[in-house]
Design a protein around this ligand. Structure first.
Ligand SMILES: NC(=O)c1ccc[n+]([C@@H]2O[C@H](COP(=O)([O-])OP(=O)(O)OC[C@H]3O[C@@H](n4cnc5c(N)ncnc54)[C@H](O)[C@@H]3O)[C@@H](O)[C@H]2O)c1
Length: 246
């Protein structure tokens, strides 16, 4: 049997970090070698000879993780969401400067969410309107969620590929109309007890088509995280989303 993959986790005391520690600890082909959180030095990753770094922190911290890990040759799996354009451009520059290292950034590691995004892309050319409603815990830092923004981008790309115009405009005067991403309106609901939930609501004359996905537990993200850890060392460059790894 080949040697176990040496994994370091950043954000180890967080909700997702705790679930990753458990999943990596339970995986027979992985060794958890570093668990880093606020106040710890990232050098624990290199000191422990980690091969893959998993980051679930916040956008600012994740960029720092990548600035440390990619030049050190450590493959990275990032589940953190909320990167702005400037942070994404820093990340792209880091990958260009370190082209032999693999990095996957996925706003949602659950299999059901990936399928929801594919279904939304498939439906996009066939309807006149679409809006997304996403639901997360009230402490979530970013809105709209990374998953909803990725879904909106997929919908817009699929529609443009099919040669269809943008969706029908709604009243510009109306209030409480959410945020537009790639021409798709997204509404963000925040509340106690929520994990990650999303509805993509398509409509046209006489019919409505709703695609809904619910993550009830953080365990739902773990098969996707472990898949990314297993594949990213042999996949140099930037991979966006889980789809290409499935
Ligand atoms: N990709 C996915 O499938 C997925 C799923 C759920 C959540 N998320 C995202 O993952 C991220 C984390 O979510 P969470 O619910 O675990 O949040 P959380 O607040 O529970 O955990 C974040 C952790 O990061 C730590 N941290 C803060 N600053 C740090 C620093 N300088 N160095 C090291 N660690 C530091 C915090 O102490 C905390 O333990 C968020 O961006 C969230 O949107 C992604």
């Amino acid at each position: 049997m080949s040697e176990a993959i040496r994994v370091g986790v950043v954000g180890a005391r967080g909700r997702m970090g705790q679930a990753v520690l458990q999943a990596v600890g339970d995986a027979p082909d992985m060794n958890l070698v570093a668990a880093v959180d606020l106040g710890d030095s990232l050098s624990a990753l290199t000191d422990s000879k980690a091969q893959v770094v998993v980051d679930f922190t916040n956008a600012e911290v994740a960029v720092k993780t990548l600035e440390f890990a990619l030049p050190a040759g450590l493959a990275c799996v990032v589940g953190t969401t909320g990167f702005d354009d400037s942070q994404m451009s820093t990340i792209r520059s880091l990958i260009e400067a370190n082209p032999n290292v693999g990095l996957v950034i996925a706003p949602n590691f659950s299999i059901g969410a990936v399928l929801m995004m594919s279904a939304a892309a498939e439906a996009a050319p066939h309807f006149d309107s679409v809006e997304i409603i996403e639901y997360h815990r009230k402490e979530k830092l970013d809105s709209p969620s990374g998953t909803s923004k990725a879904t909106a981008e997929f919908i817009a790309q699929a529609r443009s590929k099919a040669g269809k115009p943008g969706f029908l405009p709604t009243s510009a005067e109306a209030k409480a109309r959410g945020e537009s991403v790639a021409g798709v309106t997204i509404h963000s609901v925040r509340g106690e007890g929520m994990v990650a939930h999303q509805e993509v609501v398509f409509s046209r004359d006489g019919e409505r088509y709703t695609i809904r996905h619910d993550s009830f537990d953080r365990e739902s993200f773990m098969p996707g995280v472990l898949l990314a850890v297993r594949t990213i060392m042999n996949r140099p460059g930037l991979t966006l989303g889980l789809q290409p790894l499935l």
